[in-house]
Ligand binder design. Structure first.
Ligand SMILES: Nc1ncnc2c1ncn2[C@@H]1O[C@H](COP(=O)(O)OP(=O)(O)OP(=O)(O)O)[C@@H](O)[C@H]1O
Ligand SMILES: [Mg+2]
Length: 319
């Protein structure tokens, strides 16, 4: 869907992005993560030509992006960022309608779309439609920003730290919403963050950048279990590593299906990280497990949490 081939971008002779190659597949949720100044925002902006690349090729749907009319390209790509928010003198409905208006949708369709998006993002239309940005909380503004990016049902959604500076609860709720939107609409999403846990939660594919280059790309599990360099290891936090790995696995993967146990059950869809918390909280060794329909489906043993994980520490000592 979006391909970078040996792309570089220089500002005042200094490379912000160097020889970058990426292949973002249709329907994939890609998260760009890395140190500050590593070139994440520049990479994102090159996709919709807010920044023009200097060398290499960028293709969208098989065609070089330089061959697109810029306006056409941008209308096919929703763009949401943390800081440059909404148009302050436009109400919520007008903000969301920006691109549909440009595309000259009939007013009835625009109105229906506004209500649909507000509903999708958990904002009650009757209450929020006519409010101005200053009458919204930060989290509500960010939701409207995401709604605006989604408005014309773009093929690609580009998001630069869209949930930055939010409290963990609101942030978690918005992450769940974007996962839901991704699953529901199957859109190609490229999101920049420097929150590692956010990256692990959201990504199909993580691209880890440093100093204008890609250090490693792959699934969250691949980066955690097969870090290419010490930088990758350090980035994912040696002390947090185990917990982060548990957050990628689910109870269903470790449940002993032939056993049964009485007591308050845990759902097989929750992460092993949550299960660990529950073990600690209840000070127990075993938990009864139920499936999505609430039917008993086995038992989770504390000792099985760490079963079968190949630790990078072992890799290192073996080599
Ligand atoms: N318009 C610009 N003019 C000059 N230098 C720029 C410009 N935009 C970015 N840079 C430089 O390019 C490099 C990469 O910047 P970029 O914004 O892509 O980093 P980032 O990974 O998004 O960082 P952060 O996590 O802090 O947002 C930085 O060194 C930055 O100073
Ligand atoms: Mg940035």
């Amino acid at each position: 869907m979006i391909e970078f081939e040996n792309v570089s971008k220089f500002f005042q002779g200094k490379a912000a992005v160097r020889d970058l190659s990426l292949n973002i597949k249709e329907g994939q949720f890609t998260v760009l993560i890395g140190t500050s100044g590593s070139g994440k925002s520049t990479t994102l902006k090159m996709i919709n030509r807010l920044v023009e690349h200097d060398t290499g090729r960028i293709r969208f749907a098989g065609e070089e992006i330089r061959n697109f009319d810029v306006k056409t390209l941008r209308r096919r790509m929703g763009y949401a960022i943390q800081s440059i928010g909404l148009f302050p003198h436009w109400n919520v409905a007008q903000n969301i309608a920006t691109v549909p208006q440009l595309l000259k949708w009939p007013q009835a369709r625009v109105n229906a779309r506004i209500d649909e998006l507000l509903d999708l993002l958990g904002l009650e239309a009757a209450q929020f439609r006519d409010r101005y940005p200053h009458q919204l909380s930060g989290g509500q503004q960010q939701r409207v920003g995401v709604a605006r990016a989604l408005a014309a049902d773009p093929e690609v959604l580009l998001m630069d730290e869209p949930f930055g500076a939010l409290d963990p609860v609101t942030r978690g709720a918005l992450q769940q919403e974007i996962i839901r939107i991704h699953q529901l609409l199957g859109r190609t999403i490229v999101l920049v963050t420097h929150d590692i846990d956010e990256a692990l939660t959201l990504a199909d594919r993580i691209v880890l950048m440093d100093n204008g280059q890609v250090i490693q790309q792959g699934t969250p599990l691949a980066l955690l279990t097969h870090p290419a360099t010490d930088f990758v290891r350090d980035f994912f936090g040696r002390s947090e590593w185990g917990l982060r790995l548990l957050s990628l696995r689910h109870v269903a993967e470790r449940v002993r299906t032939h056993e049964r146990l009485d007591g308050e059950p845990i759902n097989e869809t929750v992460t092993l990280r949550e299960a660990l918390s529950l073990f600690v909280h209840r000070q127990c060794q075993r938990l009864p497990v139920v499936n999505q329909h609430g039917e008993p489906c086995g038992v989770l043993h504390f000792s099985d949490l760490v079963q079968g994980e190949k630790l990078w520490g072992e890799d290192a000592s073996a080599s």
